[in-house]
Design a protein around this ligand. Structure first.
Ligand code: SF4
Length: 366
């Protein structure tokens, strides 16, 4: 059993990788080398980056949409091997924000002129769906769009939140490899994740999928299967960021992918999804100084400034070294300066997905 293995040393991961190797018949030396030292199999392809930037400009213009992120709870019933919020991690202090605190953070988003608030949490069964529905209603009254990133729930829960006014739902699939998915996310199946995304789309959410670049055990450095799955799903937004090892998890000994690889994959996502929203992720900024800037130059058009109160942010450790360490106002200022420097205007209004707007038009014309 995977859970029974000693997760604190490399032998655990070697067994994990070996299991996948047996299924895929790959050379184990190659796999271990790639995973342990983050070998740079790709160099930054300036032509690719520039093409992605052109495609971004032609399809979603120069605007950068700012989505205020509020990390409302770090409780999680899941045990994903790469994530600091996994339920077996005893090294973080758990919190659940009070509704009044969440609404204060949402008001801050409105003050800063952001069009959207993202409510994010682990899969926290003690955060009552009705309380979240009430929060959505209150936030909508501030004139903001609401994106949820709260994990997998029953259809009726998604429906409750949709009726309360939620606009979008982010649910990254992390890897398109079903075997690796079930190893990295014990008790979960990729097919179920995809089913959840389909349910959300049928309920008229704008959906967000995405994957992690350089996950240990991922054999395909070019992420062809991940790109193919995104193309199949045609999400309204795609969250694609680098794996960052967290020492409080079983994957803490692995290496993050190279910047070159990360930017190349990001650029390829833009080519695959010309009209989708594509964030320059906090993970990219955390891993590399100027990560936001490079991400925006490689096809991204969204940034999610963190509005979670600082004393909670420190406990929301998906991975260590998270980019934002200043208060929300200072961080907002920094992002505005960056956009100014790049000549990229801030997106106005809710910043809905063009793909979703097209679907709405098609529906009306039927
Ligand atoms: S990745 Fe999400 S579902 Fe998995 S442990 Fe972390 S917060 Fe929970």
């Amino acid at each position: 059993m995977w859970q029974a293995l000693d997760c604190s040393n490399i032998s655990f991961l070697l067994k994990l990788i070996n299991r996948i190797r047996l299924q895929r018949k790959m050379n184990p030396v190659f796999v271990v080398f790639q995973s342990l030292i983050g070998v740079e199999l790709m160099r930054v392809d300036t032509e690719l980056i520039s093409k992605a930037n052109q495609i971004r400009q032609a399809n979603v213009d120069d605007e950068v949409h700012l989505r205020g992120l509020i990390e409302i709870s770090n409780y999680c019933r899941c045990n994903c091997l790469y994530c600091g919020l996994r339920k077996d991690n005893q090294r973080i202090r758990r919190y659940r924000m009070a509704p009044t605190e969440i609404l204060s953070a949402a008001r801050l988003a409105a003050e800063f002129g952001y069009g959207t608030v993202v409510l994010q949490a682990g899969e926290d069964p003690n955060f009552e769906p009705e309380v979240i529905a009430g929060l959505i209603e209150q936030i909508k009254k501030l004139g903001l769009a609401v994106t949820l990133s709260l994990g997998e729930w029953e259809r009726q829960t998604y429906l409750l939140w949709k009726k309360a006014g939620a606009d979008r739902y982010l649910m990254r699939h992390e890897t398109a490899n079903p075997e690796l998915y079930s190893i990295l996310k014990p008790g979960k199946r990729l097919s179920n994740r995809i089913k959840n995304l389909e349910i959300l789309r049928k309920l008229d959410y704008q959906i967000g999928a995405g994957f992690m670049i350089g996950l240990p055990g991922g054999l395909d450095v070019e992420h062809k299967a991940d790109l193919a799955l995104l193309t199949h799903l045609q999400p309204d937004m795609a969250g694609v960021g680098p794996f960052i090892p967290n020492p409080d998890t079983p994957l803490g000994h692995f290496k993050a992918p190279s910047l070159e690889n990360t930017l190349s994959i990001l650029a390829q996502v833009r080519l695959a999804l010309p009209s989708a929203h594509l964030p320059a992720t906090t993970a990219l900024e955390s891993l590399y100084p100027q990560g936001y800037e490079w991400g925006l130059m490689a096809g991204a058009n969204v940034i999610m400034p963190n509005l979670t109160p600082l004393h909670y942010q420190h406990q929301y450790q998906l991975y260590p070294g998270k980019a934002q360490t200043r208060n929300a106002a200072a961080y907002h200022q920094r992002i505005m300066e960056l956009l100014n420097k790049l000549g990229r205007p801030v997106g106005k209004g809710p910043g809905h997905s063009i793909l979703w707007e097209r679907r709405q038009k098609d529906e009306k014309s039927k």
